[in-house]
Design a protein around this ligand. Structure first.
Ligand code: HXC
Length: 517
């Protein structure tokens, strides 16, 4: 056999990972192999594999004979729709994609390279966790990866798709990344599996109930996207990348969407109901304001009282933060605070302007929230907005009460331009609550039959005098009260001016603040 033939053979062998039988098992489980996933992700012929022949160095436990070229992970550089990215893809067919010293080293080296090149890191995870035979060397490997995840945070986007098991401390690498995509049924993430849970707490729980995609997308908030299979996971990665810059010194990718930037829409004038207690669908407003079909929601199923996502405005990428009055009246709580604050921080790290659409009655009252630490969670929103320097435009669509008004992109926390619709109500609290406090004595001394009428009058009066947006506008807290129908045009104008914004924080210089957690 010539040396060239030997090389060809070796390459073929490397792609077989743990062997044909294991590949069949992988397919039977509804999963693709590490290389099939990469092929789906990258533009044809662009994958440049690195460390193809890396092997582990263990000889104990019969490991001397047991190896795969690449040590259970493919790493390399490629292009996704013409954008350069760094990719690692774990190969479950070799020892369950378990992470040994060399496997980990390959991932750590790739992260280092991605940071030096200023390109996003895409992880395709499918692993039984720390390779048991490699003991502390495997733990060291994870430590090296975690360290680099932290160093890369805010420098290049990190996106991880969980396409199989992800258990134990292994979960922390994805958790340190910016976005997690989980595949329904075939993926799960947990710190300790069902058996340990049973032993420790007596609880009977399945893999799916404990850490399946559904749970993490809706309850824990660990996953940002849930998809039906590997193929859809790759599609989501591609779409997500289309909104993100390659690194923190680049701008997000502009795209000519051919949607009229100055399009006015009368429908916007009729979405907010006359009755302030009546809900409406904020996503209807989002769908009209931003370039057609451009809204890409993040964490759709987690804390649906808040909406976050990327969109385009006249082709420019923006981050959208909004309340959802159609769910729990759009109230802020622990989960929605976490959801919003992390998204604002992400947008700020990667030069993505933030547009905030406000209809918030305040923070959710009650012992569950208070004991759960709504104070420190809510504080995160303030911290994130106040410390961000990207262009920030806020539109107060309806209610903006109390601390929630301040938190959600108010001028006082550094928003550049703030608008209000005529339906806006801005005050310390809702008129009903305010009237009860201000007119307590009058109400108490009025015969019960006449009380309701009297309260209604006070409420109307309060609404006209105090909550009106023109009061806030008279102080300059709101730049203009605008017609809903002209909002897109005004947002576009504002954004185009703000794109040249330069602001440096912190002032005075500090190592870093101590954000609430
Ligand atoms: C070595 C492993 C492995 C591991 C799986 N394999 N996990 N080898 N170290 N962690 C091997 C199996 O022995 C098997 O080898 C092959 O991979 C496929 O595994 P199966 O069990 O046949 O597959 P499946 O039935 O799909 O089950 C997958 C699994 C299970 C649920 C992941 O393998 C499992 O429970 N593995 C152990 C998981 C674990 O406890 N990991 C440590 C978590 S703690 P053969 O030779 O038969 O093909 C951790 C700490 C990280 O990760 C700390 C970082 C700070």
């Amino acid at each position: 056999m010539s040396k060239f033939e030997a090389l060809r053979l070796l390459r073929e062998q490397a792609k077989l990972g743990g062997g044909i039988e294991k590949i069949e098992l992988q397919h039977k489980a509804g999963k693709l192999t590490a290389w099939e996933r990469i092929e789906l992700l990258v533009d044809k012929g662009t994958f440049l594999e690195l460390g193809r022949y890396v092997r582990h160095r263990v000889t104990e436990f019969g490991m001397g004979e047991k190896f795969a070229y690449g040590d259970g992970v493919a790493t390399g550089l490629g292009e996704v729709n013409g954008r350069r990215v760094a990719i690692y893809s774990q190969d479950f067919t070799f020892m369950g994609g378990s992470v040994g010293e060399m496997h980990a080293q390959k991932i750590a080296d790739l992260i280092d390279m991605a940071v030096k090149l200023g390109i996003p890191i895409i992880g395709l995870n499918d692993s039984g966790g720390a390779r048991i035979q490699e003991g502390v060397d495997s733990l060291k490997g994870y430590g090296e990866i975690f360290y680099r995840n932290v160093m890369a945070s805010g420098v290049v986007p990190q996106i991880v798709a969980i396409m199989g098991p992800c258990a134990g401390g292994a979960v922390y690498s994805p958790a340190l990344a910016d976005f997690i995509i989980m595949v329904r049924k075939t993926s799960y993430m947990f710190i300790t599996g069902p058996k340990v849970v049973k032993a420790a707490t007596g609880e009977d729980v399945t893999f799916e109930e404990l850490g399946g995609a559904e749970i993490h997308a809706s309850k824990s908030g660990v996953a940002h996207f849930i998809v039906k299979d590997d193929k859809e996971a790759i599609e989501v990665i591609k779409r997500l990348l289309s909104y993100l810059p390659s690194n923190n010194v680049e701008d997000p990718p502009y795209l000519d969407t051919s949607d009229d930037p100055f399009r006015e829409d009368e429908a916007l004038n009729n979405i907010v109901p006359e009755d302030p207690e009546e809900p409406f669908e904020m996503k209807e407003i989002i769908g009209i304001l931003f370039d057609k079909g451009s809204f890409f929601e993040v964490q759709e199923h987690f804390a649906p009282n808040a909406i976050i996502g990327f969109a385009r405005l006249a082709g420019h990428v923006v981050g959208v933060v909004a309340n959802q009055p159609a769910y729990m009246a759009g109230v802020l709580d622990i989960n929605s605070s976490d959801k919003i604050s992390r998204f604002v921080s992400f947008c700020d790290s990667f030069n993505i302007p933030i547009i905030t659409l406000v209809d918030v009655p305040g923070f959710l009252p009650g012992t569950v929230q208070e004991h759960g630490g709504v104070i420190r969670h809510g504080a995160k929103i303030i911290y994130a907005y106040a410390s961000s320097t990207v262009p920030k435009i806020t539109v107060i669509v309806r209610k903006a009460y109390g601390g929630a008004y301040i938190s959600l992109g108010s001028k006082h926390l550094g928003a550049d331009i703030v608008f209000a619709w005529p339906s806006a109500e801005i005050a310390v609290m809702g008129p009903e609550g305010a009237v009860e406090i201000i007119y307590r004595d009058e109400i108490a001394s009025t015969p019960p039959m006449e009380r309701e009428k009297m309260i209604r009058k006070f409420v109307d009066d309060y609404r006209k005098k105090v909550t009106t947006p023109y009061l806030a506008a008279s102080r300059g807290y709101i730049d203009d009260v605008i017609m809903p129908s002209e909002t897109r045009k005004i947002l576009v104008q504002s954004l185009l001016h703000l794109l040249s914004k330069r602001e440096r924080k912190p002032y005075p210089p500090k190592k870093h603040g101590v954000p609430p957690v």
